[in-house]
Design a protein around this ligand. Structure first.
Ligand code: HEM
Length: 379
């Protein structure tokens, strides 16, 4: 395979090519733009699938379904049980784990089927995303519509996606320990964090394919402080999400169901009361929930400060629009968190709160991308 370099109006592209170059997709700039649009649409669709995957993961956790499939069969597991005998075999396997004996003893095959379908759908969607990444990638390579760099980035993302499936199993297996009815919180957080890292990588790539060049009309000196604030917001948001993962993983949302006070105090009395100190972040539900509330409050305040300062600058309309979206999203997410807490974590509220965190993250990433002053990756 040879390498070919095409110069388009805005960028130089290195494409996959075979022995002879009978057809150059970038001779015609409008064709290059058309491919850019198809590729970015495809990547945005993958982001949407990942959002559904994260929401479904939340639903699976909240309905206590995550431990129902005890087999790890990456390929044949794609098919659900097709016979009564297979259903019975799966149910018998599930009966051997502590979650069945402690929580679900006697709920019968029908009860088992309900929790099975949630976990199966989560795993099926994961496999489907794998196909939706790989098959169009091969198609675009064959069509010579994709640059070599982008193809390599997407292939690495595909491999990391497979690894994320492995981490999912590593997490599920931690729920089979003696006397355990749920997965280990640290592994839940690891699984969630990797999903979010993949999401950010694909979203940033999609945005960069759609709009390869930064907006030249941005005033560099004025936008720089807003970008710094946006970076701080993204970091704070990711830490808040991780703290949310610990809140969910330790079922901390089932206590202290008042807001803003916790048992009549702004800072709960048993805050960091455990020793050693680090144990508080895994075992002390008062600490875990308070940390999530505090981080969420700091994040919301910082995002709103960024919005007000951003609107005061001479930033372009697309940047200001994305900042507005971000401001609304953080208010909605905060209200969803309080609702989830006050209602003692109903499945619908917990699922929406988890999924909306990703929508909030999306608005921040879009704002960061639109306000960039130099090319972060040239694809
Ligand atoms: C910027 C604002 C917030 C963000 C980004 C955020 C994010 C998250 C995420 C991602 C989770 C789920 C993690 C997982 O399932 O692994 C979560 C859980 C939770 N959050 Fe928030 N949250 C925010 C604000 C709040 C607020 C203000 C409260 C209440 C005062 C709150 C209460 C909860 C509770 C109770 C859970 C556990 C729900 C469950 O068990 O499923 N959150 N949060």
């Amino acid at each position: 395979m040879l390498k070919a370099v095409y110069k388009t109006k805005n960028q130089t592209r290195t494409c996959f090519s075979y022995k002879t170059l009978s057809y150059n997709p970038y001779e015609n700039n409008s064709l290059a733009m058309q491919y850019n649009k198809s590729i970015s649409n495809w990547l945005f669709f993958i982001c949407f699938m990942l959002l559904c995957m994260i929401a479904l993961g939340g639903y699976t956790r909240l309905t206590g379904s995550g431990l129902s499939i005890m087999d790890w069969r990456p390929v044949t597991g794609m098919l659900p049980p097709l016979s009564h005998a297979e259903w019975v075999r799966q149910f018998e396997l599930y009966k051997t784990i502590p979650q069945y004996q402690i929580l679900n003893n006697g709920f019968g095959l029908d009860g088992f089927k309900q929790i099975f379908w949630a976990e199966w759908s989560h795993r099926f969607l994961g496999r489907l995303i794998g196909f939706v990444v790989l098959l169009p990638l091969i198609y675009f390579i064959i069509k010579r519509a994709i640059t070599r760099k982008l193809a390599i980035i997407l292939f690495i993302i595909f491999i990391l996606g497979g690894l994320q499936g492995g981490i999912g199993w590593f997490m599920v297996a931690s729920g089979f320990r003696p006397n355990s009815t749920a997965v280990e919180p640290v592994k839940l957080v690891l699984h969630l964090s990797c999903a979010i890292a993949l999401y950010i990588a694909i979203l940033w790539t999609a945005l960069s394919v759609r709009t390869p060049q930064p907006d030249v009309s941005l005033d560099k000196n004025k936008i720089k402080p807003i970008r710094t604030l946006l970076w701080i917001d993204v970091v704070l948001l990711c830490i808040t999400i991780i703290a949310g993962g610990f809140t969910a993983g330790t079922h901390a949302g089932h206590s202290f169901n008042t807001f803003p006070l916790m048992n009549g105090h702004l800072i709960p009395t048993d805050y960091v009361s455990l020793s050693p100190f680090l144990a508080n972040f895994i075992d002390n539900v008062a600490t875990i929930q308070f940390n999530h509330r505090l981080l969420a409050t700091i994040t919301a305040i910082m995002v709103l400060i960024t919005l007000f300062l951003g609107l005061k600058t001479s930033a372009t309309k697309p940047v200001k629009d994305s900042l507005m979206l971000m401001g609304w999203a953080v208010l909605i997410q905060y209200a969803l968190g309080v609702t989830t807490l006050l209602l003692v974590v109903p499945v619908w509220a917990g699922t929406i709160h988890q999924a909306f965190a990703i929508i909030l993250l999306t608005t921040l990433i879009i704002a960061l991308h639109r306000s960039r002053i130099k090319n972060t990756i040239s694809l």
